[in-house]
Design a binder for this molecule. Structure first.
Ligand code: SAM
Length: 272
């Protein structure tokens, strides 16, 4: 058995493939807007009733790079970003970096499910997986928010509003809804600062907006252990997210090098 094919790593590899539906044949909702979107639901029902097969092979490249909003996968982040999560998590295990894991912005829960699976596979029973989300989508930008959030349309996307019960069901689907998983439902500004989180080893930010990213950094970065990781899902994809991270790092004189994961995500390891 090679180092890459231990049962634990094989389990993580399989988890990633299923959570992203890499290589699956599945019905895939195209990202459409306007009249196409309005027609799509009724058209789908008619075609299905007439026996048409509404399936197509998921483009493995899109799933690899997290380039689409999958119709049924539990995460949209793609294989490359899950590989990065795995790398950080295994480093934290190997070096016994103390603390829990948190993801702020979980959508259907897939990336948090993956981290919970890693805890289970490696017998890391002393850590909590904190799962933070409104479970009703992104907030509407309000007066006084940072200019990069002005006019942000993401709050209008119903596809981004996944109820808590659905996310719990997704954890159950993988037999990973255990007592190490704790949910923080609500807007980040109401939940994160007062959450009973003491220490973190992984802080994964996926709230897209300036406000959602900044609130999470301010509440949680002080709790991150030295040797722990910050992962920012949308740094290179969304100007609002990048600006919040750059502002926070400048204000707190953080000079740990920011490393690129793929076209969207970055991460750094806390050194002091
Ligand atoms: C892009 S999705 C997260 C994708 C997810 N990490 C995955 O693995 O597929 C963004 C999520 O952030 C949540 N969100 C964004 N801003 C928020 C806020 N201020 N408070 C609570 N939830 C927020 C949304 O509800 C949504 O579920």
């Amino acid at each position: 058995m090679t180092a890459k094919s231990t049962p634990e790593l094989l389990y993580l590899d399989l988890l990633k493939r299923i959570l992203t539906r890499t290589g699956f044949v599945t019905y895939q909702l195209p990202i459409t807007r306007g009249w196409r979107r309005k027609l799509y639901g009724p058209a789908k029902a008619v075609l299905k009733a007439r026996g048409f097969q509404l399936v197509r092979r998921v483009d493995p490249e899109m799933r690899r790079i997290g380039g689409d909003w999958p119709s049924d996968a539990e995460t949209m982040v793609g294989m490359v970003r899950l590989d990065n999560v795995q790398e950080c998590v295994l480093d934290v295990f190997a070096n016994k970096v103390p603390g829990d894991f948190i993801e702020t912005g979980v959508w259907r829960g897939g990336t948090s499910i993956f981290m919970t699976g890693a805890m289970k596979a490696f017998g890391e029973t002393g850590r909590v997986m904190w799962v933070a989300d409104s479970f009703k989508g992104l907030p509407k930008p309000k007066e006084g928010d940072h200019p990069t959030d002005t006019g942000d349309p993401l709050h209008k996307f119903q596809d981004l509003a996944v109820p808590l019960e659905t996310v719990k069901d997704n954890f159950r689907r993988y037999d990973l809804l255990n007592d190490q998983v704790r949910f923080l439902p609500g807007w980040f500004e109401d939940t994160l600062a007062k959450a009973p989180v003491e220490k973190l080893a992984i802080l994964r930010l996926d709230g897209d907006m300036y406000s959602s990213t900044m609130v999470a950094l301010e509440a949680l970065y002080p709790k991150l252990s030295v040797g722990g990781y910050v992962i920012v899902d949308d740094y290179s994809a969304l100007e609002s997210c990048k600006q919040a991270v750059d502002d926070f790092r400048a204000k707190n004189s953080i000079e740990d090098p920011v490393k690129q994961v793929d076209w969207a995500a970055v991460y750094w390891q806390r050194s002091s």
